[in-house]
Design a protein around this ligand. Structure first.
Ligand code: CA
Length: 244
């Protein structure tokens, strides 16, 4: 199924079967609004899971393979921005539509910075949410695939599995996040500082030498040469040059 392509940049696989029913998550603490959204999305043919606070939403989005998420910003237990940031840090790339309070432009900016794909301001028409979800899903079918590849290395962001030439490789969560980040940004140099800032939480040892240790471990486990060190700048992912 994978297109074979010698050399070149790291790229993504073909889209999954479009016939499959799409599964969405709605995270909204207002029970009426949650119900209205869920009902409208159900009627539009999607399978919908619902969460009523940030923690529950975060857990579901982190463990289930959703095709898209509708995420409120103002949520109890964990706010929407933190939920989104945590998903993205963990390599979760499903499209996310955020719901922002009217006139809170800062919410929109923060949301987009945190990795939101689009936003709708409250109060909204359900039709608008549906149209934006359709657009996000169309776009996602175009690029944001669950599988990322680089030469013989395949990383599945839904199952958090990594394989090399079809063989499953066991990575720790730190190692996985590092590789996922590099693969999402394949084609450009990623600095050590950027890796530290995007991958690890506050209490993580922010010494960038630690990153070198993790990179070394990931290289060793993959046993193929795809992570290049760009002296003084950081790391660049490229398919192995000796690929036959
Ligand atoms: Ca709310």
């Amino acid at each position: 199924m994978a297109r074979s392509r010698g050399g070149g940049a790291c790229y993504m696989l073909a889209p999954p079967n479009p016939e499959t029913t799409l599964r969405l998550l709605v995270v909204e603490d207002d029970p009426d609004l949650n119900r209205q959204l869920t009902t409208a999305l159900n009627e539009a043919g999607y399978v919908v899971d619902r969460a009523f606070d940030g923690e529950e939403g975060h857990f579901l989005g982190d463990s289930e393979p959703y095709d898209a998420v509708v995420l409120d910003i103002g949520l109890p237990k964990m706010d929407g921005i933190s939920v989104l940031e945590a998903w993205r840090r963990n390599g979760r790339i499903m499209p996310v539509l955020i719901l922002t309070a009217r006139d809170r432009w800062s919410d929109k900016v923060q949301g987009i910075d945190a990795g939101a794909d689009d936003y709708v301001a409250k109060p909204f028409h359900l039709e608008e949410v549906l149209a934006r979800i359709r657009a996000l899903l169309r776009r996602a079918a175009g690029h944001a695939q669950s599988e990322l590849t680089c030469g013989p290395v395949v990383l599945d962001t839904r199952t958090n599995r990594v394989s090399v030439n079809g063989n499953h490789i066991k990575l720790t969560s730190h190692e996985y996040r590092l590789l996922a980040y590099l693969m999402h940004h394949g084609g450009r140099v990623v600095s050590r500082t950027e890796l530290v800032e995007h991958l690890y939480d506050q209490d993580f040892d922010r010494d960038s030498n630690t990153i070198e240790v993790f990179v070394g471990r990931v290289r060793k486990k993959l046993d193929v040469d795809i992570i290049q060190t760009v002296r003084g700048l950081g790391y660049l992912l490229t398919p192995p040059t000796d690929a036959r």
